[in-house]
Design a binder for this molecule. Structure first.
Ligand code: DQA
Length: 145
């Protein structure tokens, strides 16, 4: 089975407890378990990781690049300003996911430094966005036209 990484950035480890009105009640552990199972269903061996440390996130992207593994990225707030994460993300094929509709929120969330090089962007679909992103990776990101 082809591998895929789901890489979640800062504060996403607090899913279920952090602003549940925005991010829902599901915990990160439950999300991870679901995505591993969902991935199997679409033919992907999914590994889900979360970190609050930018350097670690960048190292995971390097690891994905070296292994040729495509990724689903929710880089949390780094999305809006981290050129270091954007440079590392540019080394891999990735779908950008945001649980919330960032365009309906504060101005600083309206811009993403990741979107230009993304193979797809899924915003505001809740946790289902991760399923949609994995489906897109599994289908082959070039096959959507
Ligand atoms: C987020 C949106 C970001 O603006 C925020 O900083 C997050 C989560 C989302 O999934 O909706 O941490 O990426």
């Amino acid at each position: 089975m082809r591998a895929a990484y789901v890489l979640n950035g800062p504060n996403l480890g607090r899913l279920g407890r952090r602003q549940p009105e925005v991010y829902g009640h599901t915990t990160h552990a439950d999300l991870a378990a679901h995505l591993v199972e969902y991935g199997r269903g679409v033919g992907l061996e999914v590994e889900v990781r979360q970190t609050d440390y930018e350097g670690r996130y960048i190292e995971w992207l390097h690891e994905a690049a070296d292994a040729g593994v495509s990724c689903v990225l929710n880089a949390g707030a780094w999305t809006h300003y981290s050129y270091a994460v954007a440079d590392a993300a540019a080394l891999v094929t990735y779908v950008e996911v945001h649980i919330s509709n960032v365009h309906a929120r504060e101005d600083f969330r309206h811009h993403s430094v990741l979107s230009a090089k993304a193979a797809g962007i899924i915003v505001g679909c809740g946790l289902r966005g991760y399923d949609l992103a994995l489906t897109h990776l599994a289908a082959g990101v070039d096959s959507g036209a």
